[in-house]
Design a protein around this ligand. Structure first.
Ligand code: SAH
Length: 368
């Protein structure tokens, strides 16, 4: 019988002590044999969660217009690398290319690159984009995409990057006042959170966001070292050739304290330790921390704009009207999709869009 991922995690903890939350997330989500993403297509009504491009074609279509305007803002380069992080089933890219290709200059310039950790999803992306009419290639890392002007996009990608959790032990001790929250075993050999007894490593506390200084005792702060790595890669790339990166995800505009790690299975929240490797694990994105890190790396940042405002500025309501005109019977369905994407009680307010750019470009469409 094969050892379950849960048993492997327990072995590791028994041998070497508690592991970081980031290590727990990485193993659960990306273990090549038993991890969540490499072993399945988790998206859609029959899967565990649903994302904006899966809800409606309108989402990708209006983002396609954003891409065309960004290509114009970059000075209409002859070759444009359109790079997507974590493309899921490839639906957003397919919808973006359909609307953006209406501009023949953009269509002639664009080369698509996908950065995807899951072989299972890569296969689905290949099928979805096989008829897109533009060259589509995969890269393991941003550094592997040939140099040149680029537009980079990621929807619900940052939320699945591994986070670290810190607990404030002493609000007056600066960065020495934080300890790490790790994953260990309880008396009955079940996975549980534990508090490390020693101050958190400098690598975690050296660059805490400004908001961290408001912490009170026992507040939990989440940081995402992978975001800092991605920002480093962006700043190197954009220093050589101009570009923009657009990230859309869920999270607060300002740093908030609290444990936001969550697990989803079949569209329901379940315990984060309930079924390692078989549930989707995500955490809220700290947009203030993201912008601070990007600014420190020399990138220009837009505000983090709520999804309803961003999509509305890109003309999503007009797109809905056009779709209804073409297919009047679909009106209730399209109206419901629009509601899910933009209503404050649905994705409209919690989800935000933020753009990181090489300095000196005009303000990006919809994020001014
Ligand atoms: N953007 C898609 C899918 C979101 S789910 C949508 O909106 O529908 C997260 C996606 O990121 C999946 O495609 C997953 O396999 C991928 N992913 C997760 N961690 C990754 C990593 N470290 N590097 C590259 N892709 C990753």
């Amino acid at each position: 019988m094969t050892t379950s991922l849960e048993d492997k995690l327990k072995h590791r903890i028994r041998d070497a002590g508690p592991i970081s939350v980031a290590e727990y997330m990485t193993i659960c989500l990306l273990d090549p044999v038993q991890g969540y993403y490499p072993t399945r297509d988790p998206l859609g009504a029959d899967g565990d969660f649903i994302t904006a491009p899966e809800i409606s074609q309108m989402f990708g279509e209006v983002l396609g217009l954003w891409c065309v305007q960004s290509w114009i803002d970059l000075g209409r380069p002859e070759t444009l690398h359109l790079i997507e992080y974590g493309p899921g089933r490839g639906i957003m890219m397919s919808d973006m290319l359909r609307s953006a290709s209406l501009d023949s200059g953009f269509k002639a310039a664009v080369q698509v690159w996908l950065i995807e950790a899951s072989a299972a999803l890569e296969a689905v992306q290949g099928r979805t984009l096989g008829t897109a009419g533009v060259a589509v290639q995969w890269a393991a890392r941003l550094e592997d995409v040939p140099p040149g002007p680029s537009l980079i996009i990621g929807n619900e990608f940052l939320d699945c990057l591994p986070i670290q959790q810190l607990i404030c032990e002493d609000p007056f001790a600066g960065k020495d006042g934080w300890v790490e929250r790790r994953v260990g075993l309880d008396d009955e050999d079940r996975l549980c959170f534990v508090k490390s007894g020693i101050p958190a490593a400098a690598i975690l506390t050296d660059r805490l966001p400004t908001g961290a200084s408001d912490a009170r005792k026992d507040n939990v702060l989440e940081t995402c070292p992978s975001v800092a790595q991605i920002i480093d890669s962006l700043s190197v790339r954009f220093a050589a050739h101009p570009g923009r990166a657009l990230f859309i995800d869920y999270g607060p505009a300002d740093t908030e304290f609290g444990d936001t790690l969550q697990a989803l299975k079949r569209h329901e929240k379940v315990g984060v330790f309930s079924d390692p490797g078989n549930t989707d694990l995500t955490a809220r994105v700290d947009f203030a921390a993201l912008a601070e890190t990007a600014n420190a790396a020399g990138l220009a940042t837009s505000a983090a704009v709520p999804q309803r405002e961003f999509l509305s500025k890109l003309g999503v309501e007009m797109r809905a009207v056009a779709l209804i005109r073409a297919k009047p019977d679909a009106k209730p369905v399209i109206a419901r999709q629009l509601h899910r994407l933009t209503d404050t009680a649905e994705m409209g307010e919690l989800f935000k869009a933020i753009c990181l750019s090489s300095p000196g470009l005009p303000d990006p469409l919809g994020l001014r």
